[in-house]
Design a binder for this molecule. Sequence first.
Ligand SMILES: [Ca+2]
Ligand SMILES: [Ca+2]
Length: 154
Amino acid sequence: MTYQERTQTVTMKGICILLLCFGMAAARNCYGNHNGLTETDVILLVMNDLDKDESQQVTETEFIHEFITNYDQDRNGRVEEHEFIHEWHSRYHDDKEFPRLLFHVLRVTSNQYLVIENVPAMMAKFDINGDQRLSYGEVHEILMKLYRTCIQEP
Ligand SMILES: [Ca+2]
Ligand SMILES: [Ca+2]
């Protein structure tokens, strides 16, 4: 084997290992993250942003403050899909398909936006034990399920 052939073999092995790593990453989560954050990293950041008083529980007030007030960029009292996607993407760096999917899960009516009146129904999607508060475990459970569902929006 010539030096050139050996170099080619090594390069090919490197490319194969690289492809294998990408393959494993793709199987783990259908959505990419531009900052290399894992789903667990993002869920922790989301929980930190939601749980303002660090009580380890998200109340309705905290949920409204975060997902309605902070995401409503044009301050018209509604969070439109593009606002939600833009805000989530710029904060957590997930591919835009993920916040798009989450928006459709949170949008509990046929309206094309999120509003305060729908917050109890939005929270109910996460509130597994029905105590009207969201624990880290509950937020983790639902978001992780979404990360792994891999539903592509039409
Ligand atoms: Ca708005
Ligand atoms: Ca709960």
